[in-house]
Design a protein around this ligand. Structure first.
Ligand SMILES: [Zn+2]
Length: 466
């Protein structure tokens, strides 16, 4: 980001209206309102309803390919026009053009002779494109990001979002959770490969259709699910909640305190090798050439593949862990924690890629654990990053010297227990997490449920002073 500059005051009132009307050519609101005012039914979310996205591949027929391609193009065009309008308004006249105004402009574009082709595309889809622009532009105005970029064919992801009125859904009576999904302005339903069933009886709330760089089509279905907490998990025959400590590592992605190691380093390495090779290839190709574009596509595909594999693997892991355990303990995710395991500067790029893949996995793991604990009534404890999980002996709690990354096994100077580096760390995390858990439990009034998230660094504020 650039140097912080003094925020200019936006122009408001009559002057702003004049600029919008005379310079930007946006129709007045009043005229628009009397004609198109339809009451919106507010969507009421049930308290235990959760939004969840399921992604499926689908195979469009020739007609659908054509229609979708037009839709993607129109979304891009509308996004760019809206962006031009908003940035022109802001940068030249200090006038803020809002979502509703871009929608009014859209109505105008659809009427204009040279852009009547916009009518071939569902208007709700185009409005969603403006909605995305609105979110991006608001972030820009808040100073969080740079000005949104124009979408370019072949450069930006091809995507279109359909809200509830933009598609129809008929659930299959024989196979619950699958059915017929038909998009607005299309004659036939999509040929979706139902790799899994949606929760039976759910109504999709929103769809987004994506064509990836490899030319594959996916539909992401947002559904509202009723998710209740699971019954509490206790150690067999006691009132002690079950707990697990998770350690993040380079040798394996995740190590559990029972010694389980998850996340195949070989898989990670294979991807990193391939990624490094593709990137070398890319750098050799002439800028702007066809071959370079092909190379870039391959890299994008590989990234997508890594993301998919990682997400699936972590999804299965976190679901299992959350089902089996009442308390889950992890280390704090902060940049410095992650950098601790990073290879030295000047080490090969590949090692950096492995680290990058792993760090992204850790972020994803934390994200999943957080929402699943929230959904299923479990507690996630995030231990302070200064806690010496690696150096401490989990048997006698003697704190040894810092361990070099290459040391996988060590023996304690206090009690001579031989430790696996990562398992020892996971055990320490679990113990420390449980200490914090009981600390919080003791401070709560008896009728209060345990919080879903305990963060060591925020504990002082959360704890009532005794
Ligand atoms: Zn020891």
């Amino acid at each position: 980001m650039d140097e912080p500059v003094e925020k200019p005051e936006p122009v408001r009132g009559e002057e702003a209206r004049r600029v919008k009307r005379e310079i930007l050519g946006i129709a007045d609101r009043r005229k628009h309102r009397t004609r198109e005012m339809t009451p919106l039914r507010a969507h009421v979310k049930e308290p235990d309803a959760r939004h969840r996205v399921y992604r499926f591949r689908f195979y469009p027929d020739a007609e659908q390919v054509e229609q979708l391609s037009r839709t993607f193009g129109a979304c891009r065009w509308v996004f760019n026009e809206g962006l031009a309008l908003r940035s022109q308004g802001w940068e030249q006249h200090r006038v803020r053009v809002g979502f509703a105004e871009t929608c009014r402009a859209l109505t105008g574009w659809k009427r204009a002779e040279e852009t009547t082709w916009l009518k071939e595309v569902s208007s709700t889809v185009l409005q969603q494109s403006l909605r995305h622009l609105d979110q991006a532009f608001s972030r820009f105005l808040r100073g969080e990001v740079n000005l949104p970029q124009q979408k370019r064919k072949g450069r930006s992801r091809d995507t279109a979002t359909y809200v509830r009125t933009g598609f129809s859904w008929v659930e299959d009576g024989e196979r619950a959770g699958t059915g017929l999904l038909k998009l607005a302005k299309q004659a036939r339903p999509l040929a979706v490969r139902w790799s899994r069933a949606l929760p039976a009886g759910t109504e999709p709330v929103r769809l987004s259709v994506v064509r990836d760089r490899a030319g594959r089509y996916f539909v992401s279905v947002l559904v509202e699910e009723r998710v209740g907490p699971l019954p509490p998990a206790f150690v067999r025959g006691s009132q002690e909640p079950t707990a697990v400590g998770l350690d993040l590592g380079l040798a394996s992605l995740v190590t559990l305190d029972d010694g389980t190691k998850v996340g195949h380093p070989k898989l990670l390495k294979r991807y990193a090798d391939k990624l490094a090779r593709l990137q070398r290839e890319l750098h050799r190709k002439v800028k702007g050439s066809r071959n370079r574009e092909k190379s870039r596509q391959k890299i994008a595909c590989l990234y997508a593949r890594i993301r998919d594999v990682r997400k699936d693997m972590l999804d299965q892991l976190t679901t299992r862990l959350v089902r089996e355990n009442q308390v889950l303990v992890v280390e704090d995710l902060s940049v410095s924690t992650l950098m601790r395991g990073a290879p030295n500067k000047g080490r090969r790029r590949k090692a950096g890629l492995i680290t990058a893949i792993r760090d992204a996995a850790w972020g994803e793991l934390l994200r999943q654990l957080t929402y699943k604990c929230e959904w299923y009534g479990r507690t996630l404890v995030i231990v302070d990053r200064f806690f010496p999980s690696t150096r401490r002996c989990s048997a006698c709690h003697v704190k040894g010297p810092a361990l070099h990354l290459s040391i996988r096994k060590w023996s304690c100077t206090g009690c001579s227990t031989v430790h696996d580096r990562d398992v020892n760390a996971a055990v320490n995390l679990r113990d420390e997490g449980m200490r914090l858990y009981w600390l919080v439990a003791a401070s709560l009034p008896p009728d209060r449920a345990m919080p879903r998230l305990i963060r060591a660094s925020a504990l002082e504020e959360a704890m009532p002073t005794a």
